[in-house]
Write a protein that binds this ligand. Structure first.
Ligand code: NAD
Ligand code: IPM
Ligand code: MN
Length: 365
């Protein structure tokens, strides 16, 4: 029997609620596919700060590094918003991504047929959308130096950051994106701000140069402001999108609403070697935390990505994906994706229903 070590990082807010559901789903799926999981919970974010004084304890990073994959809920909350920068929950998450060197963040946005009516876009616009945002995750303005606070020549307080990319950082994320586009619809749209930003000018130059190694991929370029508009105008024009850290952050939240809710979008963060990090794209949702209202599908689908991309267990991953579709077919919805005629349930009950669907494995369409 195969056995994998999984680090669980529940984090803050709704994180523990959605990770608990995904853990049960992994356990049951594993038991049905001859896979054993050893789960170990570690601290990250505000929870880690409260317990240890730092948002990413050494023990969490070193344990995560020697496990086979990491499943993360979410971090952050009002309680820690005034922490000094290096003690913020968000800093812990960024240190984790950097520490694991997971530079490629895959954020698929798929409109499930059962959820077309939950989309804020018209049916004919949302129906059939299936795109992948490949977000650079360990560079750009999130990590660029110089950064900080200071005073300008007028004695004004200033805050400053640096958007910066080295050629090799662009090349490696572009290669990941070209490879994904090759396996998907064969179309890659690189999103930048090359009309204004030097970092984007280099981005466009490197991506364009690499394109000749991928003659079967149709490459296009788009400015990020237009891309934000095009995503809402006609999202079906997109297959694979590759973009920098901050544009990918924003465009993936935007893309999530096409699918019905930010509570639906999973992600996989991968590097050249070492374990992958798998997390929903949403945050800790402090406004609904502790109320059993969170949508766990994004985290359950992240667990499916963990199986597929992290462990190479494609069959088990597909079982989870069909269980998600089956649960939607049966009509179960959390409040964020509820529409008339469906069954409103909480996070826990939705988890129970997903488990039943995993068990029965009716192949869903
Ligand atoms: P958020 O994603 O937490 O919430 C935005 C809105 O979406 C809220 O109304 C929330 O209730 C709703 N929502 C999010 N996930 C949901 C789910 N699974 N089911 C139902 N509704 C859901 O973004 P925010 O409010 O801007 O940030 C809150 C905190 O989370 C901040 O501290 C932020 O830094 C942090 N954050 C963390 C991550 C992460 O851990 N990767 C990502 C984004 C934000
Ligand atoms: C995300 C979040 C994080 C990001 C924050 C919490 C650091 O918004 O995972 O999308 O900006 O990457
Ligand atoms: Mn985000």
């Amino acid at each position: 029997k195969k056995s994998y070590k999984i680090t669980l990082l529940p984090g803050d807010g709704i994180g523990p609620e959605v990770v608990s559901v995904a853990k049960d789903v992994l356990l049951l799926t594993g038991s049905l596919h001859g896979i054993k999981f050893e789960f170990q919970e570690k601290l990250l974010g505000g929870a880690a700060f409260d317990a240890t004084g730092v948002p990413l304890p050494d023990d969490t990073l070193s344990f995560a590094k020697q496990s086979d994959a990491i499943l993360l809920g979410a971090i952050g909350g009002y309680k820690w918003d005034k922490n000094e920068k290096h003690l913020k929950p968000e800093t812990g998450l960024l240190q984790l991504r950097e520490g694991l060197q997971v530079f490629a963040n895959l954020r698929p946005a798929t409109v499930f047929p059962q959820l077309v009516d939950a989309s804020t876009l018209k049916r004919e616009i949302a129906e059939g959308v299936d795109l992948m945002v490949v977000r650079e995750l360990t560079g750009g303005i999130y990590f660029g130096k110089p950064r900080g606070f200071g005073t300008n020549e007028h004695g004004q307080e200033i805050g400053f950051n640096t958007e910066i990319y080295a050629a090799h950082e662009i090349d490696r994320i572009a290669r990941v994106a070209f490879n994904i586009a090759q396996k998907r619809g064969g179309k890659l749209c690189s999103v930048d701000k090359a009309n204004v930003l030097e970092a984007s000018m280099l981005w466009r130059k490197r991506v364009t140069a690499l394109a000749q190694e991928y003659p079967d991929v149709e490459l296009s370029h788009m400015y990020v402001d237009n891309a934000a508009m095009q995503l809402i105008r006609y999202p079906k024009q997109f297959d694979t999108i590759v973009t920098n850290n901050i544009f990918g952050d924003i465009l993936s939240d935007e893309a999530s609403m096409i699918t019905g809710s930010i509570g639906m979008l999973p992600s996989a963060s991968l590097g050249d070697s070492g374990p992958g990090l798998f997390e929903p794209i949403h945050g800790s949702a402090p406004d609904i935390a502790g109320q059993d209202k969170a949508n766990p599908f994004a985290t359950v689908l992240s667990a499916a990505m963990l199986l597929k991309y992290g462990l190479g267990e494609a069959e088990a991953a597909e079982r989870i994906e069909s269980a998600v579709l089956e649960t939607l077919n049966k009509g179960f919805r959390t409040a964020d994706i509820y529409s008339a005629g469906t069954k409103l349930v909480g996070c826990k009950q939705l988890g129970e229903e997903i488990l039943k669907s995993v068990e029965s494995h009716v192949s869903a369409t």
